[in-house]
Design a protein around this ligand. Structure first.
Ligand SMILES: [Zn+2]
Ligand SMILES: [Zn+2]
Length: 160
């Protein structure tokens, strides 16, 4: 047994804690209170996707090549040049966002920032930005702006 595995076992016995999303007992010393199963239910968006907005394409089997732009981007619907999301907005992702925003599991901010930094690193030159600014995640309020700022600060650090 590795030292880490031994430490996890000791911590899970001495300080048993439930996953904050599903209630399962956590079996490792992860400082984010979400179990591996719930993390695994967060589904990253992968190619093919719209090169502008990042919306994933679901291609019929007979379609060999995805179009470059989705219908909305072909119609210049958005006022931005490029956007990407890390994952599909499913129940698991929504639950993690609620923990970050409303239950102040701030370590999730770092986790999300790392995921976004990976997305930006993968995109390479396409995402060279002149500036990084916080974007409120809902009605403008100090709290939501603060959450956005954490993410962007960590993202900028992770991507540099
Ligand atoms: Zn869980
Ligand atoms: Zn698009």
């Amino acid at each position: 047994m590795s030292f880490r595995a031994a430490l996890d076992a000791v911590v899970s016995v001495l300080l048993p804690a439930p996953c904050r999303m599903c209630g399962a007992t956590l079996t490792d010393a992860n400082r984010i209170p979400i179990c591996a199963s719930c993390f695994g239910s967060i589904e990253p968006i992968v190619d093919p996707m719209c090169s502008c907005c990042g919306r994933p394409f679901e291609l019929a089997p007979e379609v060999e090549k995805a179009p470059e732009l989705c219908r909305l981007c072909r119609a210049n619907f958005y006022a931005f040049e490029r956007a990407r999301s890390f994952a599909y907005y499913n129940d698991a992702l929504a639950g993690a966002i609620v923990l970050l925003k409303y239950e102040e599991v701030t370590r999730l901010g770092h986790w999300f920032a790392e995921r976004l930094a990976e997305v930006i690193r993968k995109a390479g030159e396409e995402f060279q930005a002149d500036a990084v600014v916080p974007v409120p995640t809902g009605p403008i309020a100090e709290r939501t702006l603060e959450v956005s700022t954490w993410r962007l600060r960590d993202q900028a650090r992770g991507a540099s």
